[in-house]
Design a protein around this ligand. Structure first.
Ligand SMILES: *Cc1c(COP(=O)(O)O)cnc(C)c1O
Length: 236
């Protein structure tokens, strides 16, 4: 796949995203250091990912185990952490556990159990987020908000996972005010589960906000924004 890119342009785009993140944090009265910039690098080449890793990006976010492997082998992250932000298939849990510092999209007991087994086999503790289908959209990834409680109960008995918080993708192409309402629901949901669950948890992360809506997400407490096109340009 031919990808033409220009490192000055990439650097400008990252600087612009950072600037907007800082403005949103200031508007929310938050310390900008509380919000991590995760570059969503799906379908980009290892050379482009490596070039972006030189820039002020905190984390590289992957959607596919295969791409993560290829980028790791090519040393494209330059030692920066990698997060798995896509939908992880149960049979790929072993390929991702122990390599991704955080798995964002855990939305079923089956997947949670597979991650626990893979982490146990490697004698590591895997940090993860539960993904919520906050817009209650049919055939979208993410657990229903009410299914969060049984997932947390299950995780409480799993010694090789640590639940760090929640992730969500609100419905696409909605007005900004509406996306903010969904982000606010996520903020309240995290506050609720914080009160009740302490076993195998450190509930300090809220992964939400993409290129189109990350400022609103920061206003509602996002601690990780996942930016793809805003950094790398349109996907081919
Ligand atoms: C692609 C992707 C993003 C980034 O989306 P953009 O709109 O390109 O910023 C964020 N999160 C996930 C899970 C993605 O797959």
């Amino acid at each position: 796949m031919a990808q033409s890119f220009d490192s000055a342009e990439l650097s400008d785009r990252v600087a612009f995203v950072r600037f907007r993140m800082e403005k949103a944090a200031a508007a929310a009265g938050r310390d900008p250091k509380e919000v991590l910039l995760c570059a969503a690098c799906k379908s980009r080449t290892s050379d482009l990912v490596r070039l972006s890793a030189l820039l002020p990006i905190d984390v590289l976010g992957e959607n596919r185990a295969q791409e993560m492997d290829a980028h790791l082998r090519a040393d494209a992250y330059l030692g920066k952490p990698c997060h798995f932000i896509g939908h992880l298939q149960t049979n790929k849990a072993g390929k991702v556990a122990g390599k991704a510092a955080l798995i964002h999209g855990v939305d079923s007991l089956r997947l949670l159990t597979a991650i626990q087994s893979a982490a146990a086999a490697q004698e590591v503790t895997q940090d993860l987020l539960f993904e919520i289908n906050i817009g209650e959209e049919p055939s979208k990834n993410g657990a229903a908000a009410e299914d969060l409680w049984p997932l947390l109960d299950a995780a409480a008995g799993m010694r090789h996972v640590r639940v760090r918080g929640l992730m969500a993708i609100p419905p696409a192409h909605i007005p900004a005010a509406e996306s903010q309402r969904y982000f606010a629901m996520m903020r309240r949901l995290l506050a609720q589960i914080r009160e009740h669950h302490t076993e195998n948890t450190a509930l300090d992360m809220l992964s939400m906000g993409m290129t189109a809506d990350f400022e609103n997400a920061i206003l509602e407490g996002a601690t990780i924004v996942r930016i793809g096109t805003g950094i790398y340009g349109p996907r081919e």
